[in-house]
Design a protein around this ligand. Structure first.
Ligand code: DCT
Ligand code: MG
Length: 425
């Protein structure tokens, strides 16, 4: 506390600046003494990250900058923001002053500056400027189209295309995925609820079992981590007898299609062969399972309201803001029409793995993306191993390490087992 005699002396001598300085210093000392000391290991796969986040204002700010970097294909920057975001997500309490961050890993200079601004002013001007920037808004709108990635969006923006209307008017040739993406734009940008994922799961299960009795179907991705909503629904399919699963998806897709459940689908074959691919190529996060990317037509019970934010607000925004997601004019969807429809479009991914790779596929497809990335980094940097959704290879022993469960993979990697609900990094 302030030393009273020094204070009165300084006041008498007319030294208010010194008083202020000393005040500040003392405040800082008090803050530091009261600072919470968090201890957080540096790899996300060593941490338990639940959906309960005590620092949403900070993590949302960092997440927007990460997203912007991803949309601009600035990978290093994106990862740095994602790592800082994940550290804050893992904290058991809200951060209230900078001193709370002492000793935490992964917080780079840029992230710290953002955190500091948000703690001080409630917002970061860099975040707000980015959010409002024409380029960010255009990238968001265009990559919101299924089948459009950052590269395509950038090419279009350079041609002066930054809205859906401009895209339609431009006469650009769209591939089939993009055409379907544009047609179902509004639905595909609405969050999918767990109940909707379960309803789709029932349909998928019935069809898969009719083609391959004994097959096992698992809901993966964010829903397996306990998220209440997602941007898509991911399923992993396998069969206890290795080999029985080969060629399953073309049959499943054609049945689903004939029953009117698919608005779009693209099926790719399994292109992974341990003998051909070898461990060197395994570090890539792209896997080569038999896979079906689809847009599912989900019937909704009468009176069922859609998940997520009310549509009315998004429509008002789109009328006033030229960049926000608008329904492509003249195409199928318009507000009233779609609200009266008895169905909605949902992105659904089906992945098939041989049973011998199932644990790796399950682990790799449960996410979160950062958790997966960190697990591969841990494997490579700390254990000289190479982890993918197909296998784990030990470079020193020069052999593949088999696993029948996720627990075994964590054990091979010398990591404490983290259940899916705590992988929300
Ligand atoms: N995955 C990954 N690396 C990628 C893409 C995906 O490790 N580049 C894994 C992690 C999550 C899983 O696949 C499914 O991917 P998404 O559906 O994109 O993620 P999600 O966590 O399910 O997110 P959402 O809830 O929004 O669908
Ligand atoms: Mg998903």
């Amino acid at each position: 506390l302030l030393d009273i005699s020094w204070y009165t002396e300084s006041m008498r001598a007319g030294r208010p600046v010194e008083i202020l300085e000393r005040h500040k210093l003392q405040e800082q000392q008090i803050n530091e003494a009261a600072a919470v000391v968090f201890s957080v290991p540096s790899y996300a796969c060593q941490r338990r990250t639940t959906l309960q986040n005590h620092n949403t204002v900070l993590t949302e700010a960092l997440s927007l900058l990460a997203e912007n970097a991803e949309l601009n294909e600035e990978d290093g920057r994106a990862i740095a923001f994602r790592r800082s975001e994940a550290v804050l997500k893992a904290l058991p309490k809200a951060v209230t002053n900078l001193a709370d961050l002492r000793g935490l890993p992964c917080l780079g200079e840029h992230s710290l500056k953002i955190i500091k601004d948000v703690l001080k002013d409630g917002v970061s001007s860099e975040v707000e400027t980015t959010r409002q920037s024409d380029r960010y808004k255009a990238l968001k709108v265009l990559t919101g189209i299924f089948g459009v990635g950052a590269k395509t969006a950038d090419r279009w923006i350079k041609m002066g295309i930054s809205t859906l209307h401009q895209l339609q008017a431009s006469g650009q040739t769209l591939n089939q995925a993009q055409q379907a993406g544009l047609e179902h734009y509004e639905d595909l940008n609405q969050p999918v609820a767990k109940a909707e994922a379960d309803a789709i799961g029932d349909v998928v299960q019935k069809v898969v079992l009719s083609v391959l009795p004994g097959a096992l179907i698992t809901l993966i991705g964010g829903f397996r981590r306990g998220k209440p909503t997602g941007h898509d629904v991911d399923f992993l399919i396998t069969h206890p007898e290795e080999g029985r699963e080969v060629g399953l998806l073309p049959k499943v897709a054609s049945l689903l299609k004939s029953q009117g459940f698919l608005l779009y689908q693209k099926t790719t074959r399994n292109s992974y062969l341990e003998s051909d691919d070898g461990p060197a190529r395994l570090s890539s996060n792209m896997d080569r399972f038999e896979r079906c990317f689809s847009i599912f037509k989900l019937e909704m019970n009468p009176g069922t309201t859609r998940s997520g934010t009310p549509r009315s607000s998004s429509r008002t925004e789109s009328q006033s803001d030229d960049h926000s997601p608008q329904t492509p004019g003249g195409v199928h969807e318009n507000g009233l029409e779609s609200r009266r429809r008895s169905w909605r479009a949902v992105r659904v991914d089906l992945v098939v793995s041989p049973i011998s790779q199932f644990a790796f596929a399950l682990l790799g497809w449960t996410g979160s993306k950062l958790f997966e990335r960190e697990m591969r980094r841990w494997a490579g940097h700390e254990k000289a191993m190479s982890l993918s959704s197909h296998a784990l290879y030990d470079t020193k022993q020069r052999r593949y390490l088999r696993a029948a469960s996720e627990e075994e993979i964590f054990a091979h990697l010398g990591l404490e087992y983290i259940p899916p609900s705590q992988r929300n990094a």
